[in-house]
Design a binder for this molecule. Structure first.
Ligand SMILES: [Zn+2]
Length: 359
């Protein structure tokens, strides 16, 4: 799922295309894409509004509109946004279209239909986006932005010390930090040399500092590289390149770039977690607790007598994990190319993507 760097990239790509544009209508092909599930009210609600700001909050895009309204767009698993002239043929995965006054359309394409778009007003008192005046703020439960300059090591420590959980689930908890998901939690923990099942309460001040710095560094780098084009993620100006430099995420079995030992994969809360069991060791006092958590979280798939850190290194279903990863990667690249092919025949809309040297 697109995380902070990917959504930030989409926001940056959309900004020059959308700011100043006026929305004249909307077509909904799949009503459940709308949080309200009411296409008529949505079309009436957006018509006549001007796009003033395009930004990101956590993993969502926020398109601010004139008249104190805003759209939130959650890409979820497979959501993609393109801005094209209305005459470009529409492909069957387009779930929602915003029609612009200048003859262009914003198309939300979403193969798996998990994406969500909401239209909200602004509470005159608090200035927050709300469903109704006096109601709860849309982003009330979302934690601080890790790349925000006002978010300091002190704030991070304070939040960390209030939590009891283990690091991986904690980092991906949107109420703890906004925008960090599976990819960047795994990468930040590897950089900070902290085990994903380490408990937050066991961290010493230098551990906290390393983790804080690792989160900031990996997210900054990923934004620079336009995110990781894994699965269906692509942005209006094309794919990212961060996937080429990830150290552990989806690299099960490959040598750790620090110590050379194979990267391990464990399943925590039905999500894959990638780490190096040599560089990211658990303190002895934490090992029994972590093993117990793992047994419940993997639904009993930990084999008796087998060290839990070795789970997944050979693939539980007998399939070579590297071969499976390669197949998944190729399939996703094909889907992204197909998405772009449907709009790329108009060079006036999509200037060629500048290739940046990698490295
Ligand atoms: Zn290592």
């Amino acid at each position: 799922m697109p995380e902070l760097p990917e959504v930030e990239t989409v926001a940056r790509d959309l900004r020059p295309r959308l700011i100043g544009a006026t929305i004249v209508g909307a077509r909904t092909n799949w009503a459940r894409t709308l949080r309200s599930q009411d296409p008529v009210a949505f079309a009436e609600g957006v018509a006549g509004r001007l796009v003033t700001v395009v930004r990101r909050r956590g993993k969502q895009l926020v398109v601010e509109l004139s008249g104190d309204a805003a759209l939130t767009i959650h890409l979820k698993m497979t959501g993609q946004l393109f801005v094209v002239p209305a005459e470009v043929p529409e492909d069957p995965y387009v779930r929602l279209v915003l029609e612009l006054a200048d003859g262009r359309e914003v198309r939300f394409r979403d193969i798996r239909k998990f994406g969500k778009i909401g239209l909200y007003g602004r509470d005159p008192a608090s200035g927050e986006l709300v469903e109704e005046v006096g109601g709860a703020a849309v982003f009330a439960g979302v934690g601080p932005e890790p790349l925000d300059e006002v978010f300091t090591l002190r704030d991070f420590r304070k939040r960390l010390r209030r939590r009891k959980g283990r690091l991986k689930p904690l980092l991906t908890d949107q109420s703890f930090l906004a925008g960090v998901g599976n990819i960047y939690a795994d990468e930040a923990l590897w950089r900070a040399r902290l085990h994903p099942l380490r408990s937050a309460s066991s961290l010493r001040p230098p551990d906290e500092r390393r983790l804080f710095e690792a989160i900031g560094a990996v997210l900054h780098e990923a934004v620079e590289r336009r995110g990781s084009s894994i699965d269906d993620y692509t942005a209006p100006d094309g794919d990212g390149s961060m996937q080429e430099t990830l150290d552990v995420y989806q690299r099960t079995g490959e040598p750790c770039s620090r110590c050379g030992r194979p990267v391990k994969r464990i399943v925590i809360g039905a999500r894959s977690t990638h780490f190096c069991s040599w560089c990211q060791r658990l303190p002895p006092a934490e090992r029994t607790g972590a093993a117990a958590i793992l047994r419940t979280m993997t639904g009993g798939s930990v084999r008796r007598g087998r060290r839990w850190t070795e789970l997944g290194s050979g693939g539980q279903d007998g399939v070579d994990p590297l071969a499976r990863f390669e197949r998944t990667r190729r399939a996703a690249a094909t889907r992204r190319a197909a998405a772009r092919a449907s709009i790329e025949h108009d060079p006036a809309v999509r200037p060629p993507v500048k290739k940046r040297p990698v490295g």
